[in-house]
Write a protein that binds this ligand. Structure first.
Ligand SMILES: [Zn+2]
Length: 216
C-alpha cells in the first residue's frame, strides 16, 4: 500500500494502520497530527504528510483529491474525492439516512452545517461512501443531513422559547414531533434523539451559545 489516509482521529477510524506501515505513507489533516501522536499507540502510526485545505494524490495514473471542509464531527475530518468515478468518501459526518452519532461527542454543530454547505457547493460527485453502514448514499444525503441539523436546532430553540426545560421529556417530545414526518424513518431516530438534544445543549452551553435564535 502506498498511502494510508486518516479520515479523522477517532479511534474507531484511526486504529490498526500499522499493518501497512512497511510500505504506506500516512496522511491526515494537520489538526489530527498532534492528536494521533499523543496516543503514542504503535497501532496508529503518526502521519508523515498533513495538509490544511487540500491535497492531491496522483497514483497509477489516477487522481485523488483530499479536502478539508471545516470542523464538523471532529476538527480534522477530511473528505476524499475520486473524480473519475464521481465518488466521495466522507467518514462519519454525513450518515446515510441515519441520525448523527449519539450525543455529538467532539462536534461543532454550527460549523458542521457550514461544512456540509461547502461540500454541496464545491464538490461534484454522485456516490457518497460514509464511515458506517448503511452504504452507500448519494449527494442528496449531504443536503438531507444539513437540513436535518438545521431543523433539529430550530426545534430545540423553539422548545426553549416555549419554556420547556432542557432535556425534559416534554422537550424531547416537542422536538420529536416536528421532524418526525421527514426524518422519522432514519436509523436510530427515536433512540438517539434524546442524546442529540443533550449534545446540542451541552455544546451550546460550552461555547457560550444561548440557543436563542440570533437577532437578524
Ligand atoms: Zn468519528
Amino acid at each position: 500500500m502506498r498511502y494510508l489516509v486518516y479520515s479523522h482521529d477517532h479511534a474507531d477510524q484511526a486504529t490498526g494502520g500499522e499493518v501497512f506501515a512497511d510500505t504506506a505513507t500516512f496522511i491526515s489533516h494537520s489538526n489530527a497530527v498532534e492528536k494521533l501522536a499523543a496516543l503514542n499507540d504503535p497501532r496508529t502510526p503518526v502521519p508523515e504528510i498533513s495538509f490544511t485545505d487540500e491535497l492531491t494524490i496522483e497514483l497509477g495514473g489516477k487522481t485523488l483529491e483530499l479536502y478539508y471542509a471545516g470542523r464538523n464531527h471532529s476538527d480534522n475530518s477530511i473528505v476524499l474525492l475520486y473524480p473519475e468515478r464521481r465518488l466521495l468518501f466522507a467518514v462519519d459526518f454525513i450518515p446515510v439516512n441515519t441520525l448523527l452519532f449519539q450525543n455529538l461527542p467532539d462536534a461543532y454543530p454550527d460549523e458542521w452545517i457550514e461544512s456540509l454547505r461547502w461540500i454541496d457547493e464545491n464538490l461534484d460527485f454522485d456516490i457518497l461512501v460514509p464511515g458506517h453502514p448503511p452504504l452507500p448514499g448519494t449527494k442528496a444525503n449531504v443536503t438531507a443531513v444539513r437540513e436535518y441539523l438545521e431543523d433539529l436546532m430550530a426545534a430545540v430553540r423553539t422548545a426553549q422559547d416555549q419554556g420547556l426545560a432542557d432535556n425534559s421529556p416534554e422537550m424531547v417530545e416537542a422536538v420529536r414531533t416536528e421532524p418526525e414526518p421527514t426524518y422519522g424513518t432514519w436509523g436510530m431516530f427515536a433512540e438517539w434523539l434524546p442524546l442529540i438534544i443533550e449534545g446540542l445543549l451541552r455544546i451550546w452551553a460550552e461555547t457560550g451559545a444561548t440557543g436563542a435564535t440570533p437577532a437578524a
